[in-house]
Design a protein around this ligand. Structure first.
Ligand SMILES: Cc1cc2nc3c(=O)[nH]c(=O)nc-3n(C[C@H](O)[C@H](O)[C@H](O)COP(=O)(O)O)c2cc1C
Length: 184
């Protein structure tokens, strides 16, 4: 390998992502929650998403056992929540309001959008495991649309208004371009 881990991490940090908190209920009824930036879309039909969890995370074994979970996409005013759910164990849920999704998973009501999923598959991802979820319900918070929190270069960032440009209309881009002008 011609690079060390620090350089690899820095290079990866050049790819901006959003920030999500994955939430679930253990079979014993305890709430799980973890901040992730590894969320991504996977398939439209069937509707699949993915994220990855570090195998040495304290809650890793608990995540492997849940049948359902939710992916809550954070807004730019939820940085404190992101930090709280990135702390190892701790009292992540103390004083945090949640509502129950269709399947009983705890959902963060102020998230931009929440993907409620049933566990679809888990795959080897080196020191992480890739979790694939089948989306069974969407919980949209129209008030927060366009205000998603961004993570880039190891820092939280905000989307800039007037920084949006349309993707050209082209048949090869089916579905990737959008007429949405939410950011102006
Ligand atoms: C912005 C951000 C993104 C993160 N993304 C991930 C991720 O994709 N996968 C992961 O395993 N940990 C990720 N983490 C770290 C976990 O949130 C952190 O290790 C957490 O303490 C794990 O929970 P646990 O200790 O209760 O298992 C991220 C942390 C931050 C601040």
């Amino acid at each position: 390998m011609s690079f060390d881990e620090r350089r690899f991490r820095d290079a990866l940090g050049q790819f901006p992502t959003g920030v999500a908190i994955i939430t679930a209920l253990t079979p014993a009824g305890d709430k799980l929650g973890m901040t992730v930036s590894s969320f991504n879309s996977l398939s439209l039909d069937p509707p699949l998403i993915l994220f990855s969890i570090y195998c040495k995370a304290l809650s890793f074994a608990a995540w492997q056992k849940v049948d359902h979970y939710a992916v809550n996409i954070l807004s730019e005013d939820q940085q404190d929540l992101s930090n709280r759910f990135a702390r190892a164990k701790g009292e992540k849920w103390d004083g945090i309001e949640s509502v129950s999704g269709k399947t009983g998973v705890p959902i963060l009501p102020d998230a931009v959008v929440t993907f409620e999923c049933e566990a679809f598959g888990r795959h080897d991802g080196g020191d992480h495991e890739i979790f694939v979820g089948k989306v069974i319900a969407l919980h949209e918070n129209k008030r927060q649309r366009g205000q998603s929190l961004v993570f880039f270069g190891g820092q939280y960032r905000q989307l800039r208004a007037h920084g949006a440009h349309n993707v050209p209309k082209d048949s090869n881009l089916q579905g990737w371009s959008s007429d949405w002008e939410g950011l102006g």
